[in-house]
Design a protein around this ligand. Sequence first.
Ligand SMILES: Cc1ncc(COP(=O)(O)O)c(C=O)c1O
Length: 461
Amino acid sequence: VLDGRFGPGMRLPATRDLARQYGLARGTIVAAFEHLRAEGYLEGRVGSGTFVRRVLPDDLLEVRGRQRPAPAAVPSAVRLSAAAERARLFGGVDDAPPRAFRTNLPAVDLFPTALWAQLVARRCRRASLSVLRGCHVLGHPALRDAVAEHLRVSRGVRAAGHQVAIVSGAQEALDLVARLLLDPGDRAGVEDPGYPGASGIFAAAGATVVSVAIDEHGAVVPRAADSRLRLVYLTPAHQCPLGVTMSLERRLAFLEWARRTSTMLVEDDYDSEYRYRGRPVPALHGLDRHGRVIYVGTFNKVLFPSLRLGFVVVPEALVERLAALKSIATRHAPVLEQLVLLDFVADGHFGRHLRRMREAYAARLQALREGAARDLRPWITLSDIDAGLQTVAWLGGGVSDEAVARAARAVDVDVTPLSRYARERTCPPGLLLGFGGVDETALAWGTRTLARALRAMRRRS
Ligand SMILES: Cc1ncc(COP(=O)(O)O)c(C=O)c1O
């Protein structure tokens, strides 16, 4: 208790368990508890166990003899691997409630939690021994088939269920891809500006990360001199962060280049389900005739971020190697969550949810457009997007997007500077504005408040 290992208010283990653990008579432990209770260190609540008192006698007397030990320093003798030294902490969730214009956040306020709870309860009631034992390393076969079917119909991905691996999300999929294809010193192409989560993984794997430019047709096919790339990471449906959709000509050119140079293309189809205009563009994977595309997708954005379920589709020849790599890290994704998701898809809720969300996001995007036109016209130009949950707001010349993000944060508005996505190429100052995570009222408040912050910035400068 004095060392702080049992903190204030903590419940102590049962006397019976302590007696067994230390090989003592239970009466000895009960006597020790009584002694500590009498001295004011412990308190008991009838029927609910023995707890450390919130205020200890030592605190009252201010004569604490023993100090809490200082946090242990990392012993200098621990030699870290090069990979551990290279890895950078990525992502993470803060505790603040969703606010305008948080990026990468779906409408958790509209998720049918009661329905999800029913499906969880039904699966728990019926949980058979096989559910408790585990499942195939690449996921529950029925869910893998359902994902393959969904991708065939909605994205033109032509793959059988056994080519689909269920993983914890796009991030795990990219980590597996890196371990599958990259050795330290290999070259990996990434879009620039592009998703830092991907370049971070490739860099941590020891690869040399090479920038791939973006133009109005999407990522630009690397020149012949760059042909020693092992893989190129692409977001063709909705380039992250600029929102460009890759043209058909460019897709065909990339596939032809990949075939000629024996490069693998990693297609991250992270938020293509939400398209507001025009016909859905089929995935790059559906055009591939030579097994050069690995397709990555996630349920964490279409359902809710903490679900942590996604998938990766690999060519037939890579399935076994992928299974080996997955098995030594996480064995398999949690079975219960996979089965609840399977029910959500098979019972038609997934399709209905996508349709409802498409309407909700279209309304939220419209609210952002109106708010930007009303409040932010002098400062920003909203880019015109067809799909996704976020859009770029270009800032007028001479303004630093980091400075704007700081000013916005001070008034509780969340904007992501575009410069954080740039690697070697400088992109014009801009902000990434998410519109999916909060409702129309919050978005209108966001544009008004951001305008106030920008006015104050201009006055100060
Ligand atoms: C382009 C892109 N790919 C992948 C992800 C990660 O998805 P997941 O949460 O499934 O790991 C994100 C997350 O924001 C993203 O922006």
